[in-house]
Design a protein around this ligand. Structure first.
Ligand code: HSE
Length: 339
């Protein structure tokens, strides 16, 4: 028997659009393999949105040449999430909006409203979770709902799935991660002799750097990810105040050259270390020895290593860093909510 899952999508930027297209592409697979009819019922942006009464309306919108939702004839100015949430059978709210890491908004408001109305959440946005992780999780728990955020924690690279499921029962002694594709790509290209600006420009062309890449290159994207992974997997209650953050904007070619001469590879790592009973998190530039599991992770690839008491060290490497990879992480989370 098939089950229908109602989905509301917040945000129709690069990731939001990729997600809507991926749902179309994987519609039959989701139905056949998982018995789930994933129905995207509405797409909202900050100034309004569109509600679809029939699936054909969504298909038509996605075939439309203009990528702007506002240009579509179905655009309903002023339409809000509050208005539509209570009118639909609760399913999953997918948040692809870009939220402030300082206030959590607008994502925080969307997540809270969705949970209050009985909807699960799958988010690629980090702001709301970074800002108010503890309260959001508590709210979801008391209502028997799920908040999934693979899309906010290195997306296509499985980080939470490994930390939460595969390492159950193990003590996590530390985590090291190359969690941002843009910085890893820039460091790789600089190691090959390219200048910083030229490498960043390539990362933009590849669609991995954000339109405003400051969060990527200043280390805040990595900081958000290690913070969320740590809070979810080892139960810390970190906010940005608890993390020392270094970016790659001022890295000199000499640092890369010196590391290369010693046979090392320079990486921007998000780290978590257990000291006694306390955990400390940091984002820092680190020359890795050839024996390190993340030494060979280059280009747009990412990677994470968990150090444990009973299972040794476990590393996962790879994962696309582009919007399609982020969309795939959202889809995975939705399927896993209902499995
Ligand atoms: N632009 C990011 C990256 C993804 O380079 O991996 C956003 O979290």
């Amino acid at each position: 028997m098939k089950r229908t899952v109602t989905i509301i999508l917040m945000g129709f930027g690069r990731v939001g659009r990729a997600f809507a297209h991926l749902l179309e592409e994987k519609r039959n697979l989701c139905a056949e393999r998982y018995g789930l009819e994933l129905e995207l019922k509405a797409i909202l942006e900050l100034g309004g949105g569109t509600v679809f009464s029939r699936h054909q309306e969504l298909s038509r919108l996605l075939k439309n040449a203009s990528p702007r939702l506002q240009d579509d004839l179905s655009w309903n100015p002023g339409l809000t999430l509050e208005e539509i949430l209570p009118k639909m059978e609760p399913g999953v709210l997918v948040d692809c909006t870009v939220s402030s890491l300082k206030t959590g908004e607008p994502g925080l408001g969307f997540l809270n409203k969705a949970l209050e109305c009985g909807w699960h959440v799958a988010t690629a946005g980090k702001g709301g979770l970074v800002f108010d992780f503890k309260n959001l999780m508590k709210k979801a728990r008391t209502k028997g709902l799920k908040i999934k955020f693979s899309g906010a924690t290195a997306a296509a690279l499985p980080t939470l799935d490994v930390g939460l499921y595969s390492l159950a029962g193990a003590e996590i002694l530390g985590i090291e991660g190359i969690l941002n594709g843009t910085t890893n790509y820039i460091l790789t290209r600089m190691d090959q002799g390219l200048g910083y600006e030229a490498a960043l420009s390539e990362a933009r062309q590849k669609g991995i750097a954000e339109p405003d890449p400051s969060m990527d290159v200043e280390g805040w994207d990595t900081a958000s990810k290690i913070l969320l992974i740590s809070n979810a997997v080892v139960g810390t209650e970190f906010t940005f105040r608890d993390i020392k953050v270094e970016g790659i904007t001022n890295i000199s070619p000499e640092v890369l050259r010196a590391a290369k001469e010693e046979g090392k590879a320079v990486k921007l790592l998000g780290t978590l270390l257990k000291q006694g009973n306390q955990f400390a998190a940091e984002v820092r530039i680190c020359p890795l020895e050839p024996g390190h599991p993340l030494f060979g992770v280059s280009g747009t690839n990412k990677g994470i290593t968990f150090f444990t008491d009973t299972m040794g060290s476990i590393s996962v490497i790879g994962g696309k860093s582009d919007p399609r990879g982020a969309a795939a992480a959202l889809l995975k989370d939705i399927l896993n909510i209902y499995r």
